[in-house]
Design a protein around this ligand. Structure first.
Ligand SMILES: *[C@@H]1O[C@H](CO)[C@@H](O)[C@H](O)[C@H]1NC(C)=O
Ligand SMILES: *[C@@H]1O[C@H](CO)[C@@H](O)[C@H](O)[C@H]1NC(C)=O
Length: 412
């Protein structure tokens, strides 16, 4: 038996080696191919047919067939960075287990129990100085609204822009988020172009159509006005809050006149209200609230009204427009009341977010507004009533302070 391999044996061995290498090479290629087609390429390529820039809510906004339209007002969520952002003003026993996620959870619960037709966020949605990345915080703070698929509208408070986005950037980002019906600028009804010459970002209006099948199903029967009340300002060297400017009020007056004209076009023989009512939403209270006297207070007034030193005539404008029946604000977390100023109702939403200041042991809260249609002989007609109530984040979502803000039968 020879120890040295014959040339024949040697060449056989190298052929075997060569085949083995080839098989191994094929195996590697095949593995790579499989990994690529099954895993990597799925992640790298986008199916262009499914690209959707924004998920649109079901529009137009419309009363339900039971004649109601329900709005959930969420004031002052003050969102920071989510789970790592601690709660303020909660009991010592609650502190260790409390973060922005409690705000998220409260919002989910409110949406679930009330099933609103629209969610309105009245500013200080994010607490800029605690939010490292404004976009991240916006995604988190509005997530429950987006998950629900319910249309939602937001305005800005005085803290939203303290992170990484300007007020204009925030509003345009918010208006592009899924199911958002927010707008940075109002639309010019004639030119169908955004009116960029109005002060602020987040002035817009939404129309709510009559019940399906009713003769008002194609008309707005309730108008919603959203206003940017700004952030801070310095007046004569004094630091104060900003205020709603004349350009915004003059846009509103024009809008309201246009809606009033709409009624002249409808059948005069029908029992229609003289104007379709409107509700307004913004963040910072107006100076008239601080000044008073406020009548018929329902709810808690436990905090000094933080408003601008400048009175730009918002109340006077609303009263003269005649369609605004109530306006809704935030900003003062420890005020949650409705009150009446010279015949005009206004309501605070009450502090919602756990990272916003509050009172330990006094639960965070939210407001609900329900608009109701009147019934004609058989079908739903125009607006008849505006009702409001609140709920607490107390474990059982206690409903309280229910009241009627407007009733066509007891108003002029
Ligand atoms: C915050 O959420 C946690 C987890 O759900 C809960 O245990 C805790 O009681 C909540 N805190 C408050 C103040 O609601
Ligand atoms: C509303 O508009 C739709 C579609 O244009 C039309 O079919 C319907 O008759 C209109 N309804 C009323 C009450 O005007």
């Amino acid at each position: 038996m020879s120890v040295v391999a014959s040339p024949f044996e040697q060449s056989m061995e190298s052929v075997t080696l060569w085949i083995q290498s080839l098989l191994f090479f094929i195996f590697i290629i095949a593995t790579l191919y499989v990994v690529d087609t099954l895993i990597i390429s799925n992640r790298l390529t986008t199916d262009y047919q499914n690209i959707q820039l924004k998920k649109q809510p079901h529009l137009p906004l419309r009363f339900r067939s039971d004649g109601t339209f329900k709005i959930l007002q969420v004031a002052d969520m003050h969102y920071g960075n989510g789970i790592v952002t601690r709660c303020r003003d909660v009991l010592e026993s609650e502190f260790n287990y409390c973060s922005d996620l409690n705000t998220t959870h409260f919002l989910r619960k409110m949406i679930h129990i009330e099933k609103p037709d629209l969610i309105v966020f009245t500013g200080d949605n994010i607490f800029g100085s605690s939010a490292t990345d404004a976009a991240e915080s916006l995604f988190e703070v509005f997530a429950p609204a987006i998950e629900s698929g319910i249309p939602w509208a937001a305005v800005l408070g005085n803290h939203d822009q303290e992170s990484t986005m300007t007020r204009e950037e925030l509003m345009s980002f918010i208006s592009l988020m899924d199911y958002s019906v927010s707008q940075t600028f109002p639309m010019d009804p004639m030119k169908q172009l955004p009116m960029t010459n109005i002060d602020g970002f987040g002035n817009y209006n939404l129309e709510v159509r009559g019940a399906p099948g009713s003769y008002l199903s194609n008309s707005s029967v309730l108008n919603l006005y959203f206003l940017d009340s700004g952030d801070r300002a310095i007046v004569d060297g004094v630091r104060t809050y900003n205020w709603i400017r004349e350009s915004q009020l003059s846009w509103l007056r024009g809008l309201s006149k246009r809606f009033q004209g709409q009624w002249k076009l409808t059948d005069q023989s029908l029992e229609i209200p003289p104007l379709n009512p409107a509700l307004a939403f913004f963040h910072i209270p107006i100076p008239e609230i601080r000044q008073g006297p406020i009548k018929d207070i329902v709810g808690t007034y436990r905090e000094y009204v933080a408003c601008s030193l400048v009175n730009s005539g918002v109340l006077k404008t609303f009263i003269s427009m005649r369609d605004v029946k109530a306006f809704f604000i935030g900003h003062d977390h420890n005020n949650d009341y409705c009150g009446n100023l010279e015949g005009m109702w206004f309501c605070y939403g009450g502090g919602f977010g756990y990272h916003g200041y509050g009172v330990a042991g006094w639960p965070r809260r939210a407001r609900v507004i329900q608009a109701e249609l009147g019934k004609g002989k058989e079908v739903w007609m125009g607006m008849e009533k505006i009702r409001t109530w609140k709920r607490l984040d107390d474990g059982v979502l206690t409903k309280f302070d229910e009241q009627v803000l407007w009733d066509i039968h007891s108003s002029r």
